[in-house]
Write a protein that binds this ligand. Structure first.
Ligand code: ZN
Ligand code: ZN
Length: 245
């Protein structure tokens, strides 16, 4: 009920207040960004590894990057809308502070475009869970909010199929191997079994993929046959340049 009231208030505000660009706050129409900021959006290139969404040369023989050929993640497909840089990082951080209704509608539209192949036969959107203590402090889980708004555009249901069963150290300062160890066994299913052909994990940023790979592993242990990943942003290069909060 409280959510409905908040949504109504937000819609009411948009009818009486001008809509502003999500980045520079210039007054605009209803598409999220002014022309200048839209042109600055760091869209991922079209040619990416199908398994982990890292950019790869267009003329490559495989559809996989070298890292996935050697050591594939537990998820099968991945797509992201934006490269994680100073520009998109601000959007991710703003999710915590600004009018979420408008912002999440724009983010859902970006994900819809980036993930159209994945979403075609996805049966459920599974948000990456926060530990209850972190969610309580933040008062929301941004992945769950993104999943809810994407669900509205796609009619694919949100399934809170995972819970974080232990608090983990922030992944930002850890090496790739330490990240894998840090999240090993950190997730459990919220139900004993999940017999679905295809689920898509939703998160804000895909970095090394350690957390998402562990989530995919948990979903597969529950019985899901194929697990994809759809995120707003994808770090490229080491992923150490912009540390996630
Ligand atoms: Zn702008
Ligand atoms: Zn890859």
């Amino acid at each position: 009920m409280f959510d409905i009231a908040k949504q109504f208030f937000s819609t009411f505000l948009h009818t009486v207040l001008p809509i502003r660009c999500l980045y520079c706050k210039a007054i605009i129409g209803d598409h999220g960004f002014c022309t200048e900021c839209w042109e600055r959006l760091p869209f991922l290139p079209e040619s990416t590894c199908t398994s982990c969404a890292t950019p790869i040369p267009e003329a490559t023989v495989h559809s996989l990057c070298a890292a996935c050929l050697i050591n594939p993640p537990n998820f099968d497909l991945a797509a992201s809308a934006l490269v994680y840089d100073h520009f998109s990082r601000k959007l991710v951080l703003d999710l915590k502070n600004h009018d979420k209704t408008f912002m999440l509608n724009v983010i859902a539209r970006l994900l819809l475009k980036a993930g159209q192949d994945i979403l075609a036969d996805t049966q459920a959107l599974v948000p990456v869970p926060l530990h209850w203590r972190k969610e309580w402090l933040r008062q929301f889980n941004q992945s769950a909010l993104i999943a809810q708004y994407l669900s509205k555009c796609t009619n694919v249901p949100v399934l809170q199929a995972l819970r974080r069963c232990r608090h983990t150290q922030s992944q930002g300062s850890l090496s790739s191997t330490s990240r894998q160890k840090n999240v090993q066994g950190a997730f459990k299913g919220t139900m004993p079994a999940l017999h679905l052909n295809h689920c898509t994990l939703i998160d804000d940023v895909l970095t090394t993929g350690a957390t998402l790979s562990e989530c995919a592993n948990t979903l597969k242990m529950l019985g899901v046959k194929k697990v994809s990943v759809l995120t707003l942003c994808r770090t490229i290069n080491s992923g150490k340049k912009y540390v996630r909060n």
